[in-house]
Design a protein around this ligand. Structure first.
Ligand SMILES: [Zn+2]
Length: 424
């Protein structure tokens, strides 16, 4: 069986991770930054060595195409992102990008021919580290973002994604003509770290994703009466912090009580006004991130949260308001692709399981126009978005070999180079 060269994957990862804005404090490579442009320079030079046909769209999404025997056939895409969170890890996104590069490199090196063209895809601005909106690159690629949207998205310095893309040398005005059309793609595969504990705890090298959880993000305001912390008796307070803390503490049990058993709820951000030690707060604002692949359970959880918010507001004599900030629907990946991945894993003797993803990925956006498959490899200790993020190179090799094999199955390997017929 054709196999990837894991040493080249290690070299790619280490080279790109050397382009780092926070050396010694994790890995920081924001889209449109100097580090990002060095990483791209490296990737593009590797693609050029392989003779791939490279196009870069108005927000910097890269497509690098290896022609198939049938150049009119839709392509099979594979890739991920190369941007990171602030002080993140080495593997999130980057692994799926260099794994895809290595798969194509192996196809070229072995002289394999596929019926369908194979394309490496590298998405811009997946993490939302710059413009606070995740998946901006893939949204632009599938036509979810207009040029006006790019002008509206601003980073912390007030620079729009449109301006940042221009500054980095792209032509965002060209974007409408570059949107990926369904007829151009047969399927898309993304290899990614799991970012959770399931595979590591079960000692499995690979997971095959069946569904990606729906997300709802909410913002809650609890308003009471700010007053003197010493002079106001407890029974005469309208303390929004006391009410909010009861509601926040209930999130854990409410999420665990849904029928799916897979609902997760997180309060990750909280602001208090005036945020002073000797003043009862006047207002507490916090976020709720709720996720589940089971939409009914997700709705049940949010409804139970609302009831708890109303109850605690009544008991504490405060006002509350809940606003929907945004979200995404659950994505169910087509069974025909997961089955191909599973068959390939069986043929290669790679142990695996089917699983869901609690994190969103560029693949979710591609799923709106084509058939998508996702392969997970374990995150040691389940940790990600931190400098400690890690995956063993043994598991990386298994995941990349599975990616390569699935890619060849989907692209339709069109025969063997002379003398290599025994290889597959
Ligand atoms: Zn990622």
């Amino acid at each position: 069986m054709t196999e990837v060269n894991v040493e080249r994957i290690r070299r790619d990862i280490e080279t790109i991770c050397s382009f780092n804005a926070t050396p010694g404090r994790g890995y920081t490579r924001f889209s449109f930054s100097k580090e990002d442009s060095l990483a791209r320079e490296y990737l593009l030079s590797e693609c050029s060595k392989l003779g791939l046909e490279i196009t870069v769209d108005g927000v910097g999404n890269i497509r690098a195409r290896l022609e198939g025997v049938d150049s009119q056939a839709p392509s099979v895409m594979t890739g991920s992102h190369i941007d990171t969170v602030y002080q993140g890890g080495m593997f999130d996104g980057l692994l799926g990008t260099v794994g895809a590069l290595e798969a194509i490199r192996t196809i070229v090196e072995k002289g394999l021919k596929t019926r369908h063209p194979v394309e490496l895809v590298v998405f811009s601005e997946e993490e939302g580290s710059n413009f606070s909106t995740p998946l901006a690159g893939s949204k632009a690629m599938v036509g979810r973002y207009s040029v006006e949207d790019l002008k509206r998205l601003k980073n912390a310095s007030g620079v729009s994604m449109y301006e940042a893309a221009k500054e980095a040398g792209y032509e965002p005005d060209e974007l409408p003509g570059q949107v990926l059309k369904p007829e151009e793609v047969k399927a898309m595969l993304e290899l990614h770290i799991e970012q959770s504990v399931v595979l590591d705890s079960e000692r499995l090298p690979v997971g095959i994703v069946e569904a990606i959880a729906a997300i709802q993000t909410w913002e809650i305001d609890v308003s009471g009466v700010a007053n003197h912390a010493g002079a106001t008796p407890m029974r005469l307070r309208n303390d929004p912090m006391a009410a909010a803390s009861k509601v926040i503490a209930a999130v854990r049990d409410l999420a665990r009580a849904t029928s799916s058993g897979t609902t997760v709820g997180t309060v990750g951000r909280i602001h208090c006004e005036p945020n002073v030690t000797n003043v009862i707060p006047g207002r507490v604002r916090f976020s709720l991130d709720a996720r589940d692949v089971d939409t009914a359970s997700l709705e049940d959880f949010v409804e139970a949260f609302r009831r708890e918010l109303e109850k605690q507001s009544r008991l504490h004599g405060v006002e509350s308001e809940i606003r929907f900030l945004g979200g995404s629907e659950a994505v169910f990946l087509p069974g025909e692709i997961t089955e191909i991945i599973e068959t390939e894993a069986r043929e290669r003797g790679i142990a695996c399981r089917r699983m869901n993803s609690g994190a969103v990925h560029d693949a979710c956006l591609l799923a709106t126009i084509t058939k998508v498959g996702m392969i997970f490899v374990p995150s040691i200790g389940g940790r990600s978005h931190v400098p400690e993020e890690n995956t063993s190179y043994e598991d990386i090799e298994a995941g990349c070999n599975l990616l390569l094999g699935t890619l060849l199955k989907l692209a339709g390997q069109a025969g063997f180079r002379c003398g290599e017929a025994s290889e597959r």
